[in-house]
Design a protein around this ligand. Structure first.
Ligand code: FAD
Ligand code: SF4
Ligand code: SF4
Length: 470
């Protein structure tokens, strides 16, 4: 089928809407909320792309997906070519199509967004990637690179590590990923819940990388089981992508009470260990009818929507700024509201209060008002004197952020760190140790999947160069 439409015809097509599970149904289960476009919807949406010669959307994508090209192939109903283009640029397209903050990246720069709605690039990326998973027999076979005989160790099996591994394997290097947990995916698996990113999608993306020749060793903690120095002895280069999974503490009285969770612990129990979701899950989770989640990012949204699905009647977000300043994706906020989540805005936690038996009973809070902008560009919240109040809650989840975990870096003293404990790396991922590269959250602090993947891609190119000269 040809994609020969005039600009006027393309402009006349309206953006499709993502079909969703009804809110009352999904707020009590872990089924994926966004159902994906149909074939007809995807073809129609792809035709909205104006095929701009200067490709502004591509500049908004940290891994440089060839957006007009993959959309042109899709609009021409040439799915195998569309997949080949997409996968050539992006190691995890089915993941990115679901969790990438498209609206602030590629789609923010789409010219169609200037006078209406941008092309649904993320939705289409998801469609093409899902089609590829369901049609392995229709895919074009890429020429495999010649084996180089060089070896690379990757620390961490999150999006940064997986991307670097895929890129390096495609260049013919032998890559081994070492992962501390018993399963792959990093935050994609233990953090982001099934209702946003089904585990099956991660499994299939990882399987594709294994097909490319990547090997993965789980249950290996670098810094305990093996050190960076041992990896340097056994491999020609090392890429460190161990994320930033250490919770930032609230620093208020009562945060060690029974019933208080750090977001990563809460999500890991439910997502990775299936606590509260399966009768025979060996890891427990405390369920209460009132749950307060402190924070305003994607992590907070994932916690509160998970708590709601585990049965909370009142699942609340407590955030010290207003909704306009919330860092969570607009879609997540919308979905949370539809599912009955309460938003307690302009409210800061002061203390976690216990009942006589030592269990959490309430969050003592203070109302805030917004003052001038701070260093982050967001308006600074200021306390309103005399506005303290108690919010009844049986479980409280701290989702205010995470830091670098010192477990690995403490055993590699030559690795230069910044004042927050993140590894210092240049834009190619080079660290203070020759042959050791780093990227993703361990360098940036908590960021996004696609920025971590962009780091993995750039570091893989730099490692390839390094290996040629080594
Ligand atoms: P990670 O994904 O953290 O992976 C690091 C891996 O290294 C982990 O598997 C870890 O177990 C392993 N590891 C750690 N230490 C060691 C060690 N010593 N030895 C061996 N392995 C080790 N971003 C988005 O773009 N969209 C979203 O919707 C979104 N939602 C999020 C929701 C939650 C709940 C969270 C926590 C984050 C979210 N993010 C989102 C942010 C995004 O997931 C991260 O920025 C991204 O995963 C970082 O990738 P990474 O590869 O650097 O690290
Ligand atoms: Fe857009 Fe993310 Fe896809 Fe890049 S990977 S094209 S930023 S949705
Ligand atoms: Fe297509 Fe928008 Fe990119 Fe132009 S900016 S090529 S319309 S996706």
């Amino acid at each position: 089928m040809s994609n020969k439409l005039t600009a006027k015809e393309r402009l006349a097509i309206e953006r499709v809407h993502m079909p969703e599970l009804p809110a009352d149904e999904r707020s009590r289960n872990f089924e994926e909320v966004n159902l994906g476009l149909s074939g007809d919807q995807a073809l129609e949406e792809a035709k909205r792309c104006l095929q701009c010669k200067h490709r502004p959307c591509v500049a908004g994508c940290p891994v440089g997906v060839s957006i007009p090209e993959f959309l042109d192939a899709l609009a021409s109903d040439d799915l195998p070519r569309s997949v080949q283009i997409l996968r050539g640029d992006n190691a995890l397209p089915a993941v990115c199509g679901r969790v990438c903050p498209q609206e602030t990246q590629c789609e923010a720069l789409c010219v169609r967004g200037m006078k209406g709605e941008s092309v649904g690039i993320g939705y289409l990326e998801r469609y093409v990637a899902d089609w590829a998973m369901n049609h392995p027999d229709r895919l074009l076979v890429d020429q495999r690179a010649q084996k180089t005989g060089k070896t690379v160790a990757v620390v961490g099996c999150g999006p940064a590590g997986l991307t670097a591994a895929g890129e390096l394997a495609q260049k013919g290097h032998a890559v081994t990923i070492f992962e501390a947990l018993h399963d792959t995916g990093g935050v994609l698996r233990y953090g982001i819940p099934e209702f946003r990113l089904p585990k099956e999608i991660i499994d299939r993306e990882v399987a594709h990388l294994i097909d490319l020749g990547v090997s993965i060793e789980c249950n290996v903690i670098i810094g305990k089981t093996l050190t960076i120095d041992e990896l340097r002895e056994d491999f020609d280069a090392v890429f460190v992508a161990n994320g930033a999974g250490l919770p930032t503490m609230l620093g208020i009285p009562g945060e060690n009470l029974k019933g208080v969770y750090a977001a990563n612990e809460f999500l890991t129990r439910v997502n990775l260990m299936e606590a509260g979701r399966k009768e025979d899950a060996s890891t427990p989770i405390i369920k209460r009818s009132e749950v307060a989640v402190i924070g305003g990012g994607n992590t907070a949204m994932d916690c509160v929507r998970t708590a709601r699905r585990l049965g909370a009647e009142r699942a609340m977000i407590v955030y010290r700024r207003s909704e306009a300043e919330m860092p969570a994706r607009v879609e997540e906020i919308k979905h949370a509201k539809e599912e009955g989540v309460e938003f307690v805005m302009l409210t800061a936690p002061l203390e976690i209060l216990a009942s006589e038996d030592g269990w959490v009973r309430a969050l003592k809070c203070q109302k805030m008002e917004l003052g001038p902008a701070d260093a982050s560009g967001r308006r600074r919240p200021q306390p309103i004197e005399g506005s303290e109040f108690e919010l009844s809650a049986g479980v409280i989840i701290n989702a205010v952020g995470t830091n670098a975990n010192p477990l690995l870096t403490a055993t590699a003293p030559e690795l230069q760190l910044n004042k927050w404990g993140n590894i210092v790396a240049n834009e190619n991922g080079e660290t203070s140790i020759p042959g050791v590269f780093a990227g993703g959250d361990i360098v940036r602090g908590g960021a996004t999947v696609i920025l971590a993947m962009g780091d993995g891609k750039k570091a893989a190119a730099a490692i390839d160069e390094y290996l040629k000269t080594k």
